[in-house]
Structures are given as structure tokens and as C-alpha cells.
Ligand binder design. Structure first.
Ligand code: PCA
Length: 173
């Protein structure tokens, strides 16, 4: 009987990077269909393997802020909504790219948060009995205080009815 090795949801078929894979939960422009998803599938930046959908166990304020209409999860647990997003396993190269791309640690800080798995990709469980995973998330604690007064969302869509269209990095002045 063949036995399966499964580390952080990465199966034997792609264990070449298993020592350095990290779980990342994305809730903003890095999600499928959003303006920066292209970076997640650019193998020149490293590897990102989609693992499923999730939502934050804690509530947080998700706002769209600044002149470029950037989505930010404010690091204020207990305020706002459970935030919907996607769970990826990423290698060290992609994690390094994402840190730089997200302006970490100035704009966002990457911290571990508990994520409830909503829908898992493919067969097999998460490796956690209760379906809750610790994932890295880019949220911010370095925001202007007035952002707390902006509308809070429970999921992000750049073309949502809020009408605040995201300005790509390459289009900013
Ligand atoms: N990019 C990161 C943080 C917010 C954003 O637009 C993400 O999608 O999770």
C-alpha cells in the first residue's frame, strides 16, 4: 500500500520545496480574478499553490483606503467582519517577493492569523482536526487613525459596487 507524505497540504508530488513552504491567506488584490493575481502565477517570482478558500476566525476591519484605493485589513481583532480569502502554499522565493511587493513591514506587516477553512482544494484534509489553520496574512497596524472610520467589507472585489477602482502599482504617480 503506498503511503502518503503530506506536509502543510503539499503532497509527495511537489515535496522538492517542502522544507520551505509557508501558508499565506490572501484577501485582497492577490486573489483569483483580482488585479495582482498575475504575480501569484508568475513562476519567475516563485511558486504559489492554491489550497482552498477560507475566512478569518477573528473579525477584522477590511477597508479600501488612500488615493490608490488599496484594500487593507486593519490589525484590530474583534472589530469588523470575518474576512473571506484564499489559502496558498508558497515557497521561500514567492514569500520574499510578496513581502517586497506588499511593502512589508512598512505598509503591511505579515503576521500569523487563524484561518477557518471554507473549501479545500482536492482530496485530503488540512492536517488540522477542526479545519483551522495558522496562515501568514498581510494586515496593517501602521495606518492613519481615520481609516477606522471607513466602511468595512467582508470580502474584497476591485470592481465591487463600492466603485473604488484599484490603481495598479505600475500606474501610480
Ligand atoms: N494584497 C494582499 C494584502 C492586500 C492586497 O491587496 C492580499 O491580497 O492579501
Amino acid at each position: 500500500t503506498p503511503s502518503y507524505t503530506c506536509f502543510w497540504g503539499v503532497t509527495e508530488h511537489d515535496t522538492t520545496h517542502f522544507l520551505t513552504m509557508a501558508r499565506v491567506f490572501v484577501y485582497g488584490t492577490l486573489k483569483k480574478g483580482q488585479p495582482n493575481y498575475k504575480h501569484m502565477i508568475n513562476t519567475a517570482k516563485g511558486l504559489a499553490k492554491f489550497q482552498g478558500r477560507g475566512r478569518t476566525v477573528e473579525k477584522y476591519p477590511l477597508v479600501i483606503a488612500g488615493k490608490y484605493n488599496i484594500p487593507y485589513m486593519l490589525n484590530i481583532p474583534g472589530t469588523g467582519h470575518h474576512i473571506a480569502g484564499e489559502i496558498y502554499s508558497v515557497d521561500e522565493q514567492m514569500l520574499q517577493f510578496l513581502d517586497e511587493f506588499e511593502g512589508c513591514p512598512d505598509m503591511y506587516q505579515r503576521t500569523l492569523m487563524r484561518i477557518q477553512v471554507v473549501e479545500w482544494e482536492g482530496k485530503g484534509g488540512t492536517g488540522e482536526a477542526d479545519g483551522v489553520l495558522e496562515c501568514f496574512v498581510y494586515s496593517t497596524a501602521t495606518y492613519p487613525p481615520e481609516w477606522v472610520g471607513l466602511p468595512y467589507y467582508d470580502s474584497y472585489d476591485s470592481s465591487g459596487k463600492h466603485g473604488l477602482s484599484y490603481v495598479l502599482r505600475e500606474s501610480r504617480e
